[in-house]
Design a protein around this ligand. Structure first.
Ligand SMILES: C[S@@+](CC[C@H](N)C(=O)[O-])C[C@H]1O[C@@H](n2cnc3c(N)ncnc32)[C@H](O)[C@@H]1O
Length: 409
């Protein structure tokens, strides 16, 4: 694709290996796999997938930047949330933190360092990450950052039978749901002016070696029912010749696995996304699926196999609907800006600015901190696009976490 950087020889060799693995998978499946399986293979094939191989992904030298990589203030606000939740509802019992998809370990490091400074470290901090490579990076980072606490951090392989866990937890997942595999589908009006649903599949290109192609076929009834359960097709109108979008068909079993592990506690999901009405808006006829490669964004998922992130926006209504069928209640749905500001972002930033004023590079540090605040909270940066969904299990008093936007769910 024009404008994307050329791959190095090493990158090409890496890509080639993963292409072979996925092409075999397609052959074994009879010639085609659903888009979600292709996305999962590109991202998570052990040792070769984008998240499972050694390249730098997050941060300035990688492909994209997440909130914890932008600023320590992000983790500090989550630590403040934990401290209030613990003091208010779990004063006499342990409350563990469970982090899903911990990336480089930066968020865990910032949360724990801030809780340490408050004298409020949890008895346990658990991490579950699907990527063995990132798990290794997290371990190196956290051993160095928090040597005195490191033994209390446990890496999990699943959320079942968590060692030393009493069932009370605050689960945190920042930018994890957007990394879960989705299905691609398209809608077209037929000659009776009704909408037909198509499913997107990936097959091996019939004539070009080491290349994939996308094939679009009428959806079967089970797939159609999934789409119709979320997108109200009867009143759906769009102008484009076709409407392409995506849907995660595994949200319910995934959330159910999380819910089962908890006796009492909360789940905080932070991600870019919308409620159903905004997500499946007529104007968004090209969907929300994006690929990130060296800070360039494009939509060609058949390129740079294993070397680029593939991600889709989160439909928070779908997560909330799944929660309602489980033993979970919706505590809040708000924007990232409002959540962070409700958790003392202002005073924390002022403290950081005051410390920066004492340093030799005070002017430069002042600009850096103001930029961090701007990125995290400005409406056209992460402030409005990123949402915070807080789910709760068990009855206890909720703590203020920003103005609710339930009407947008
Ligand atoms: C976009 S990164 C975000 C990393 C980090 N939370 C941050 O904010 O910088 C997505 C993370 O989720 C992990 N991940 C993806 N699917 C997962 C799953 N099913 N369970 C646990 N972790 C998962 C990836 O390996 C990666 O660490």
């Amino acid at each position: 694709m024009k404008g994307l950087p050329e791959l190095s020889d090493i990158e090409q060799a890496h890509q080639h290996k993963l292409i072979q693995v996925i092409q075999n998978q397609i052959t074994q499946a009879g010639g085609k796999i659903p888009f979600s399986e292709f996305m999962a293979a590109c991202l998570y094939t052990p040792g070769l997938g984008y998240y499972s191989a050694g390249a730098v992904k997050m941060g300035r030298g990688g492909d994209f930047v997440t909130a914890p990589e932008i600023s320590t203030l992000f983790g500090q606000t989550l630590a403040e949330y934990y401290a209030t939740l613990k003091a208010q509802n779990f004063a006499s019992e342990p409350l563990s933190i469970i982090e899903l998809g911990a990336g480089t370990g930066k968020l865990a490091g910032d949360i724990l360092t801030h809780l340490d400074s408050l004298g409020r470290l949890p008895t346990h901090y658990y991490i579950l990450d699907i990527s063995a490579d990132l798990k290794h990076q997290q371990q190196l980072y956290l051993k160095n950052k928090l040597p005195h606490y490191f033994d209390q951090i446990t890496w999990l392989n699943s959320l079942e039978n968590i060692p030393h866990f009493n069932g009370n937890g605050l689960l945190i997942a920042n930018e994890v749901i957007d990394a879960l595999p989705v299905e691609l589908f398209s809608l077209k009006f037929n000659d009776k002016n009704k909408v037909d649903i198509f499913q997107h599949w990936i097959s091996n290109h019939p004539s070009l070696p080491n290349t994939f192609e996308q094939i679009i076929l009428p959806a079967d009834t089970a797939f159609e029912d999934c789409i119709k359960s979320i997108v109200k097709l009867d009143d759906f109108v769009f102008d484009a010749p076709e409407y392409v979008s995506e849907m995660n068909l595994n949200i319910l079993p995934w959330l159910s696995g999380i819910e089962k592990m908890l006796v009492k506690g909360q789940l905080i999901f932070i991600d870019y996304g919308y409620g159903t009405q905004e997500y499946y808006h007529a104007a968004r006829h090209m969907g929300t699926l994006l690929c990130y490669h060296k800070h360039l964004v494009h939509s060609d998922f058949l390129l740079n196999i294993g070397l680029q992130d593939i991600t889709a926006y989160v439909n928070f209504t779908q997560v909330a609907m799944a929660a309602k069928t489980l033993d979970l209640t919706i505590d809040n749905y708000t924007t990232q800006a409002e959540f962070l500001l409700s958790q003392n972002l202002g005073p924390l930033a002022e403290k950081k600015l005051a410390l920066a004023a004492l340093s030799e590079n005070s002017a430069a540090e002042h600009i850096t901190i103001t930029n961090e605040m701007h990125k995290l909270t400005a409406p056209h940066e992460m402030g409005e696009l990123f949402k915070v969904l807080i789910l709760q299990k068990g009855e206890f008093e909720s703590i203020p976490s920003g103005r609710p936007h339930f009407h947008r769910l």
